[in-house]
Structures are given as C-alpha cells and as structure tokens.
Write a protein of this length. Structure first.
Length: 118
C-alpha cells in the first residue's frame, strides 16, 4: 500500500487519434490485442468523459506495466497516449499520477470523481 493508502488495482492506456490517424490507431489497437493479455475498450470517435479527443482504452494488470508501457513507447506510431493507474481516485489518477507518451492533452477533470476523505 502506498503512503496515501491507495493501491494500484490496474492501469489504463488511452490512445488518442483524429480522422487522419484513425486507421493507424486501429492497427495499433490490433497489435496491442495480439501482443498482450489486455482488455480493449470501445473505440470512441468523439470526446468522451475527460478525454478531449477520439480515443480507445487499453486496460491491463499492474504486473504487465513493465512490458506494455515500454512497448507503447517504441510502437505508438507517433500517437499520443495517456497511461494512468487505477486507484479509485479518478482525478489524481488522470492528473498527478499520469504518464504521457507524446503530447499531453487537456483533460476535462470536472467529470472525474475522487472518493470522499476518510
């Protein structure tokens, strides 16, 4: 358990794209699914939740971080990727604890919730 009392239960990688990079992003999605034991989320062709651009989510277990994140660093094809932990503290997970590959995107954190203090 970390000093703040949060455990990392999993990770999400959000791969962003636009109309000109959509096919590239979908090919990357197929490669990720073939290479790793992950849960591939739906492809969103418009902004959803805190995400300002079209994207899809890749969910994976903490034990896979050391394989998946370095792979994404080398194979993301220039796409922007947000990697964040899942601790139950959505706002902190998407901001303070986030890792960006490529350009950092402006998230709408007003839609993210953290649990009330203990």
């Amino acid at each position: 358990m970390d000093p703040a009392g949060r455990d990392i239960h999993g990770y999400h990688a959000h791969v962003y794209f636009d109309s000109s990079t959509r096919e590239l992003a979908l090919r990357l999605r197929e490669r990720i699914g073939a290479e790793f034991d992950v849960q591939l989320g739906r492809v969103h062709d418009r902004p959803v939740g805190p995400h300002p651009r079209a994207m899809y989510q890749v969910a994976f277990e903490p034990a896979q971080f050391a394989r998946i994140v370095p792979w994404l660093m080398l194979h993301r094809e220039g796409l922007d990727v947000l990697v964040h932990p899942e601790t139950g503290h959505e706002r902190a997970d998407h901001t303070r604890h986030a890792l960006w590959l490529g350009d950092k995107q402006p998230l709408d954190v007003s839609v993210l919730r953290d649990p009330p203090p203990r």
